[in-house]
Design a protein around this ligand. Structure first.
Ligand SMILES: Cc1ncc(COP(=O)(O)O)c(C=O)c1O
Length: 423
């Protein structure tokens, strides 16, 4: 089969057949519903083009496309690196990785000088926990109920959702999950002396866009520091101005030892994640850089994207505040018009959740919206909630378009609920 391209006579049925045969049949099913039988073939800015000629507004993509698709400056930086030296020898010193590390540390105000680059969020969650264990000689980790930190075995130990942990308990990391609203939780746990690190998302993304209480986090940081435990802010989803700030934790003045970034760090063009941390947390790797390494860590194509991505994010940061204001108005209006479906709206900045009360209602909203031309993301740990993740390049026209499509989908879901379905 030749590649499926826009407007070409191609066999999308074969794409779905291959998905069924080589991946999970459920992926073929959900992709088929969302695209109404068409597949994605191209994208630019806020829009994804489908094989049947339609286009969809992308307010989803699991928080990766903060700069939209194919941001020109990021794509050009990657293109230039592709022409010069796309892969690293890992024997010689690589200037692209070194430059990206300096740029990223400077971007967060040089408070966290040490850097480790991964490809996925889970990579850097695991490195952070590994370093905390090595540096303290302790084994326990305190994480937060509702938190999401990835699905590889080590990161999964920190992820709270039973959906993904079933059958996998007893993994390599000893984790206790505490209530997000309990200021004394860390003090109680660290008193036992075995805790290496406290890990939290300042705004929980997959849990439905839930900002944690700043006062509770401050107390946790103080109690952790008093007992020599590291504090790790997982900002893979909420950082990099998704929620307004470069780092939510640092902007709130929280004395964290590490900030984790990912998703849009490669500008929505290439995969890239990063651990930024203190000298104290990094000490085991400073002593022996081979304690943790990976073949593609600090890949030149990914690192080439980083400076261009940060530059573009900063150029659009002011617009992001305006965009967040339009989202506030839109969500208030939708909640007032559709109280039978919208149980709550949550979130901060460009990370928003609409709680539809049941997984069926939320699922039907995601499919209805995709079919009508608006892509949103479900919440992996809170299936009652759909997530809106607009890119910084969205303008008032895109917000108005999203509002109209959401209004229609909520009305349809409301009618289904009244008839006794999707509840
Ligand atoms: C806060 C947070 N941490 C970690 C991860 C894991 O990232 P990845 O899926 O890139 O491994 C995610 C993914 O959604 C996340 O939202």
């Amino acid at each position: 089969m030749t590649a499926v391209t826009e407007g070409s006579a191609m066999d999308t049925a074969e794409v779905f057949d291959r998905l069924r045969r080589h991946f999970s049949p459920k992926l073929a099913l959900t992709g088929g519903f969302a695209g109404r039988g068409a597949v994605e073939v191209a994208a630019e800015g806020c829009r994804v083009r489908l094989s049947d000629g339609r286009s969809a507004l992308d307010f989803g993509s699991y928080a990766v496309t903060l700069l939209g698709h194919r941001h020109p400056a990021v794509a050009e930086a990657v293109r230039q690196q592709l022409e010069a030296m796309p892969t690293a020898t890992r024997s010689l010193a690589n200037p692209v990785a070194a430059g990206a590390a300096a740029r990223l540390s400077g971007y967060l105000g040089d408070a966290l000088p040490k850097v480790y680059f991964g490809l996925n969020g889970a990579d850097v969650v695991e490195v952070a926990v590994k370093l905390a264990r090595l540096a303290t000689g302790r084994s326990r980790v305190v994480a937060v109920r509702g938190g999401f930190h990835g699905k590889s075995l080590g990161a999964l130990a920190l992820t709270h959702s039973p959906l993904y942990r079933a059958g996998l308990l007893g993994s390599a990391v000893d984790v206790v999950h505490v209530a997000a609203d309990d200021p004394a939780a860390v003090w109680r746990e660290v008193a036992g002396g075995e805790v290496a690190a406290v890990v939290f998302e300042p705004v929980q993304g997959e849990n439905g866009a839930v900002p944690l209480d700043g006062a509770v986090l401050r107390q946790w940081c103080e109690d952790a520091a008093r007992h020599g435990c590291f504090v790790i802010a997982d900002e893979i989803q909420c950082g990099l101005r998704r929620c307004g700030e470069r780092s939510v934790a640092l902007a709130d003045g929280l004395p964290v030892d590490a900030v984790l970034l990912g998703k849009p760090l490669g500008g929505g063009v290439v995969p890239l994640s990063a651990l930024l941390c203190s000298e104290r947390l990094y000490a085991p790797l400073a002593a022996d850089p081979f304690l943790h390494s990976a073949t593609f860590g600090g890949h030149p194509l990914s690192c080439a994207a980083l400076p261009a991505a940060l530059h573009a994010i900063e150029e659009l940061a002011g617009h992001g505040e305006e965009l967040a204001g339009w989202l506030d108005e839109m969500l208030d209006g939708l909640r007032a018009r559709h109280p039978e479906v919208v149980r709550a709206v949550r979130g901060r900045g460009l990370l928003r959740g609409i709680d539809c009360g049941s997984p069926q209602a939320a699922g039907s909203m995601v499919v209805e919206l995709a079919g009508a031309g608006l892509l949103v993301s479900p919440c992996l740990s809170r299936p009652t909630t759909i997530r809106l993740l607009p890119p910084l390049v969205a303008g008032p026209a895109e917000v108005a378009e999203a509002a109209e499509l959401l209004d229609a989908a909520l009305a349809t879901t409301g009618r289904t609920l009244r008839r006794g379905g999707a509840g």
